[in-house]
Write a protein that binds this ligand. Structure first.
Ligand SMILES: [Zn+2]
Length: 99
């Protein structure tokens, strides 16, 4: 059995089609936030973000302060498309070629 690894699609390539939380909801992404210091893990409510910040809001390359009391760490966002096996950090350069 040959290619069993759709994760070979670089996350940066995915960003082109999935920039905003509206795109992520439409394409069925699952997103976590994880603190780099204490490891606190949250499931991100994409629909809530879309309602509060707007469907065009982007989680790519974003960091926020950890919500745990006393923690000075930052959380990053990790996304998983339906055809991915695990979550990957939503970190990618802005797509260069926008033709
Ligand atoms: Zn923390």
């Amino acid at each position: 059995m040959g290619s069993r690894n759709p994760d070979r699609i670089p996350i940066a390539m995915r960003r082109r089609r999935c920039e905003s939380v509206g795109d992520m909801i439409r394409l069925g992404w699952d997103v976590h936030s994880k603190c780099e210091a204490c490891g606190l893990l949250f499931r991100v409510n994409l629909r809530l973000i879309a309602r509060v910040k707007g469907a065009d809001f982007s989680l790519w390359n974003r960091k926020e302060r950890c919500k745990r009391l006393g923690c000075v760490g930052f959380v990053n966002f990790q996304g998983k498309a339906p055809d991915m096996s695990w979550h990957e950090v939503l970190s990618a350069p802005w797509p260069e070629d926008r033709s």
